[in-house]
Design a protein around this ligand. Structure first.
Ligand SMILES: [Ca+2]
Ligand SMILES: [Ca+2]
Length: 440
C-alpha cells in the first residue's frame, strides 16, 4: 500500500464527492469533549516523545488564541494544538529554545464496517460483515499550520501516518510555505478489514531550536471514512491489429484497476460491479462485469486473458463501477487500434494524379522525357511521375524557373487521415532533386 501519496483538498471536495459517492464516516474526533479539561487531549489519545524534545501537544479553544485572528475551527471551538499559548498576547508559539518535537497518537480505532452500512440499503446486510471483511477507508483531517519558511532544508516537519513513520500519508516542512487557512487532508484509500485496529499518528518535529516563534500546528475533525470509489487506470495504451493486447498492459493482462468502497462477495471472492454505460467497446474486448479485489495489489482488477484486435479503429466508452454501498464512479476511456503495418507507412504518393494542389510552377511531370535537360539533364530515379517546380515547354522537356519575376508556389498533399495513429510519432519523408530549375 502506497501511503506516501496524498491528496490535499481545498476546493476539490465537491468533485470527489460527485466522483465517488459521499463515503461514510466510521470514526470521528472533533476535540470538542468537555472533559478532561483543556489543554488535555480527549481520552484515548496518547503522546510520546521524539528523543528529549518538549511535548507541546494538547488541546486549545479558539478563544485562548484571541491574538492570532484565526479563521473559525472546522468544528466547534476546540482543536488539537502543537504549541503553547501566551496569555498576555493571545498568540501561540513552539519556541522552547531547543528542539520542540513530539508525537501524538489517536486511540486504537477498531474498523467497524457495520457503521458504514446504510440501514436503508439492503445490498449489504450487516450479518454478512464478518471479521476480516475487506474495505477501503481513508483518513481525513483538517490542518492549519504556521511554521518557519526555509526552502533549503526540512525543519518544523508536520506529518501524519498510520503505522510507518517513513511512509506518511501527509508531510509538510519548512520547504512548504505556511498558509493561515484550514486545509483538508485526505489520504489515499487504505485497504483494511472489519475489526482491524489502526491508530493515526501526528508528528511535529522542529528538528532544532531555531525560528520557532510561530503559531505551530492545529488539527481538527480527524475522521476514518469509507473511501470513495475510484477507477485508478488513467488511460489505455493503443492496441495493434493481430497483436495480443495483454502484452501492452502493465501489469500484463490488467485492463483496469480501481480502489475505494466496500466490495460485494461471491464464491470467487470480493468484487465491485462494472458496466459500460455509453460509447462503443472494441469487438471482443471482454470488459468483465465483476472486478475482483486483489489483496496483494490492494486494488480491484479487471483482468483479460487475451484480446487480438482484427481491425483498426478508434473507440470511446464510459465505464461505471459500483460497490456494495451503491457508491459509484465513472470514467471515459479512448482506445485506439492501430493497423498492423501502420507505422511503416500511412500514406505514399508515386502518381500525383489526383488530390494534390499545385500552385506557381508546380505541375505533374508524367514522362521521364519531360524532365528538364537544361541547364542540366535531370535524372530523378523516381518510379513513375513526379511533381516538379519548373516551366513547361510545350512538347519539349521542361526548363528553368525563370519567369522574369519572383516566383513561388505551393505543393499541397490531399488530406491524410492520421486519426488512427493518435499517440504515434509522425514523420514525413520525401525524395527530392534540386537543381537549377527542377524539383522532383
Ligand atoms: Ca473541533
Ligand atoms: Ca523552526
Amino acid at each position: 500500500m502506497e501511503r506516501g501519496k496524498i491528496l490535499v483538498l481545498l476546493g476539490l471536495a465537491v468533485v470527489l464527492a460527485w466522483a465517488g459517492g459521499l463515503g461514510q464516516t466510521i470514526w470521528k474526533e472533533t476535540f470538542e469533549a468537555s472533559t478532561p479539561e483543556l489543554p488535555k487531549l480527549p481520552s484515548g489519545w496518547t503522546t510520546s516523545a521524539i528523543g528529549t524534545a518538549k511535548n507541546l501537544w494538547g488541546r486549545v479553544d479558539i478563544a485562548q488564541l484571541w491574538g492570532e485572528g484565526l479563521p473559525s475551527f472546522p468544528s466547534g471551538t476546540k482543536a488539537a494544538y502543537f504549541g503553547k499559548v501566551d496569555k498576555a498576547t493571545g498568540k501561540g508559539n513552539y519556541d522552547e529554545g531547543t528542539v520542540a518535537g513530539k508525537l501524538y497518537t489517536s486511540p486504537a480505532i477498531t474498523i467497524d464496517l457495520k457503521k458504514a452500512v446504510d440501514p436503508k440499503n439492503p445490498n449489504l446486510p450487516p450479518s454478512e460483515i464478518v471479521t476480516g471483511y475487506p474495505a477501503f477507508v481513508e483518513i481525513r483531517f483538517w490542518s492549519l499550520r504556521e511554521v518557519e519558511y526555509y526552502p533549503k532544508g526540512e525543519y518544523d516537519i508536520t506529518k501524519a501516518y498510520i503505522d510507518d513513520p517513513d511512509q506518511p500519508f501527509w508531510l509538510k516542512s519548512s520547504k512548504d510555505k505556511s498558509q493561515r487557512v484550514w486545509e483538508q487532508v485526505i489520504s489515499d484509500p487504505i485497504l483494511v478489514a472489519h475489526e482491524d485496529e489502526i491508530t493515526i499518528n501526528f508528528e511535529f518535529d522542529s528538528v532544532d531550536g531555531y525560528s520557532n516563534k510561530y503559531l505551530g500546528w492545529l488539527i481538527d475533525d480527524v475522521e476514518v471514512r469509507i473511501a470513495s470509489l475510484r477507477i485508478e487506470t488513467e488511460f489505455l495504451p493503443s492496441a495493434t491489429v493481430n497483436d495480443d493486447y495483454v502484452g501492452e498492459l502493465s501489469p500484463v493482462g490488467v485492463l483496469f484497476t480501481a480502489t475505494g468502497g466496500v466490495p460485494d462477495e461471491d464464491n470467487t471472492g470480493y468484487f465491485i460491479k462494472a458496466r459500460v454505460i455509453s460509447g462503443t467497446v472494441p469487438p471482443r474486448l471482454d470488459i468483465k462485469d465483476k472486478w475482483y479485489l486483489d489483496t496483494t495489489a490492494e486494488q480491484y482488477r479487471c483482468v483479460i486473458t487475451s484480446w487480438i484486435p482484427e481491425s483498426p479503429g478508434e473507440y470511446e466508452f464510459t465505464i461505471e463501477i459500483e460497490d456494495a454501498l451503491d457508491q459509484k464512479a465513472r470514467k471515459t476511456f479512448k482506445l485506439v487500434v492501430n493497423p498492423e503495418d501502420a507505422i511503416s507507412s500511412i500514406f505514399t504518393e508515386t502518381e500525383f494524379s489526383s488530390g494534390w494542389e499545385m500552385t506557381g510552377l508546380w505541375h505533374r511531370i508524367e514522362e521521364e522525357d519531360q524532365l528538364p535537360e537544361e541547364p542540366r539533364d535531370v535524372k530523378t530515379d523516381a518510379e513513375g511521375p513526379v511533381a516538379g517546380y519548373c516551366k513547361t515547354n510545350g512538347d519539349d522537356p521542361d526548363r528553368y524557373y525563370d519567369t522574369g519575376d519572383r516566383t513561388f508556389g505551393y505543393l499541397t498533399s490531399p488530406p491524410i487521415d492520421v486519426s488512427l495513429y493518435a499517440g504515434s510519432m509522425l514523420c514525413v519523408g520525401f525524395r527530392h532533386w534540386r537543381g537549377d530549375g527542377v524539383k522532383g
